[in-house]
Design a binder for this molecule. Structure first.
Ligand code: ATP
Length: 246
């Protein structure tokens, strides 16, 4: 693996409930400072790949039975999810799992749960509001936010953990085209201005490849194609099967 890779996933096999084999020798790398998109049809194993990296697999009776996940030069396969957050990986789950009966501010503070620099948290909340100004105005319960605002809050809460690698599961899900554009623009800014490294899973291949530097396409638990985003965008198969332009 190259030295400038923040993350190297090598040949992982993942099994749920000790029987269902979902990932079959999957490998991918995320270079430091880049945005990488992971695309593929429903059920290919994209969410499972993210959960294998963040450790959240363990709470769903999933297990990595082969291969390795190496982050910043350390093997993290066997670490608990909170430990993985402390090391700098945060997964924003699909479906915007914010806490509906807490306020926006309380949700943001929750994102900082692993941090020891408590004095810095208020300033960081302010910084997060610069990226998501409309959250500053929402003083009520998070459950009353629109779908787009909830997605923004979910990403903001992730930022409060100060990750070096953010895993985003379907950030465009359920959003209007206008909001999808806004969310992806913010992802680009976070990458460009804060140096945040991003691995994102998307159904919206068009938007994902326009945002990412590099892309992987997976089918049935394995990577079948990868390359720089602009190369994938002009690949005939990708155009036909993922961009609907065949
Ligand atoms: P989608 O876009 O539909 O979410 P995906 O590519 O993210 O698809 P996964 O959610 O990773 O795919 O699911 C891959 C396979 O693993 C599917 O066949 C799914 O039924 C199975 N699977 C996912 N989670 C579990 C679980 N907790 N227990 C058992 N099987 C699971």
């Amino acid at each position: 693996p190259a030295d400038d890779n923040l993350l190297d996933v090598s040949g992982i096999e993942v099994v749920y409930n000790d029987v269902i084999l979902v990932l079959r020798g999957l490998s991918l790398s995320v270079p430091k400072g880049k945005i990488v998109a992971l695309l593929g049809p429903n059920g290919a194993g994209k969410s499972t790949t993210l959960k294998s990296i963040s450790g959240l697999l363990k709470s769903e009776d999933g297990r990595i039975t082969r291969g390795s996940v190496v982050f910043g030069g350390h093997r993290i396969n066997d670490l608990q999810p909170d430990n993985i957050v402390r090391r700098g990986i945060f997964q924003v789950m699909e479906g915007r799992r914010i806490i509906a009966d807490m306020t926006v501010l309380e949700n943001l503070k929750l994102g900082a749960f692993t941090r020891t620099d408590r004095g810095q948290i208020a300033a960081d909340i302010d910084k997060v509001y610069e990226y998501f100004p409309r959250l500053r105005e929402r003083t009520g319960l998070a459950g009353y936010l629109s779908g787009g605002e909830q997605q923004m809050l979910a990403i903001s809460r992730g930022l409060m953990a100060k990750p070096s690698l953010m895993l985003l599961d379907e950030p465009s899900m359920g959003l209007s085209p206008l909001l999808v554009g806004e969310v992806f623009r913010i992802i680009r800014r976070l990458n460009a201005e804060l140096g945040l490294t991003v691995l994102l899973v998307e159904q919206n291949a068009q938007m994902a490849l326009r945002t990412a530097h590099y892309g992987y396409i997976m089918e049935q638990g394995k990577i079948v194609l990868d390359g720089p985003a602009e190369e994938l965008t002009s690949n005939e198969d990708v155009r036909e099967f993922y961009l609907g332009q065949g």
